[in-house]
Design a protein around this ligand. Sequence first.
Ligand code: PEP
Length: 264
Amino acid sequence: MDKLYLGTNTKMYKTIADTVDFLTRLAANTADLSRDALELFVIPSFTTLGEARQCVPRESITLGAQNMGWEDQGQFTGEISPLMLREVGVEIVEIGHSERRHVLHETDEEENRKVLCALRHGLRPLLCIGETAQQKAQGIADEILRIQLKIGLQGMDPAQADRLMIAYEPVWAIGVSGVPASADYAQEKHAVIKRTLAELLGEDAQVPVLYGGSVNDGNCEELIALPAVDGLFIGRSAWDADRFDGIIRKVLRRLGTDAGKREE
Ligand code: PEP
């Protein structure tokens, strides 16, 4: 993969003022880092997206939405359409985060409709997949990941693979009571995901697969060094701009891409 992807979803935590402050600080902190081989993205709440796009340039930080309805318009109270997201300058749409699947009971079929809709509208779907603790204990994690990919990407044109991103986020690893996956476990599951993507979209498909789930300053270097990990999708540890900047720099140092530092 010729690019490194580092991003965060701020969930339902930051107001407009908080988001603008966070983005402005993050853009300033990372201004010396070349974006040639690095994409930083932030996925804040819907209500913040307009101001968020105004406060930092898209070359510095890509913006994503946390969800999307799969129709262009219609009688879908409470839903946000791809046209609305495009209008405010969103490029990425997060689809199927574990909270949407397990708290709000979204299905693989629904995630699939959103993936296809996002691609149809020139948005970049970031499809989140991951097994629960119970599925892990039952020894069916690989099957679950394959099902989530096979249904989630059903009907997708392989020619659009370069717009797709996958986040592997084991449900048991996410959030305050989450335990980060061990390096061996993460590498094994990323390899399963990569094999499945090759099967579905062709051997040449260049789809970044990001790891998420309790990534922090202490484990980011080990995780990013794994051959099948193309980026990190970070929650709590990235919500402070200085801390996120620290993680970004650790990761770049670990990968030996201090060359990523922009020549002044
Ligand atoms: C997440 O919720 O997607 C996530 C990765 O959170 P955390 O890093 O806080 O576990």
